[in-house]
Design a protein around this ligand. Sequence first.
Ligand SMILES: [Zn+2]
Ligand SMILES: [Zn+2]
Length: 161
Amino acid sequence: MEKSADIRAAINRACELNGVPELANKITFKFSEKMTSCGGKANGAKKKITLSSPYWRRAPKTGVDSRENTVYHEICHIIVYYKWEQSGGVKPKPHGDEWKRAMRKCGHTPTTTHGVKMPGRGKKIKCSCGCAGGCEMGVIQYRRMKRGTQYKCRKCKKTIS
Ligand SMILES: [Zn+2]
Ligand SMILES: [Zn+2]
């Protein structure tokens, strides 16, 4: 999976296979450079998929296409939410049976991990700002900062160094 057109095709295909073809063009997607903790995210209410650019670059293209799996993973969240919106009742669990069934209908294994370890996930580096105790930054932001990107502390609004 390489281009936006591939993702669009996957959305159409997944909705078709799950019996909700009318949902396909309501779904939008975008890439985020800031998303580093996971491969993707789905907003059922807004029908929006956000995909992590760092993840997309790192995902191996050999073997099982983990990009494709991630894309279907997020689409299926929206499909499950949509079906629930239509029928009401008990809200399905994020990775519950409904979601697993939707994934299998698309021919994908319903795994909840995104296959690729994200760089430095969860690790924090101590930095200084205007606050007495300084602040912490994620590894990716820290590396970018070292390359010249400026970040401001959310609390004191001073530039972090
Ligand atoms: Zn998920
Ligand atoms: Zn601060």
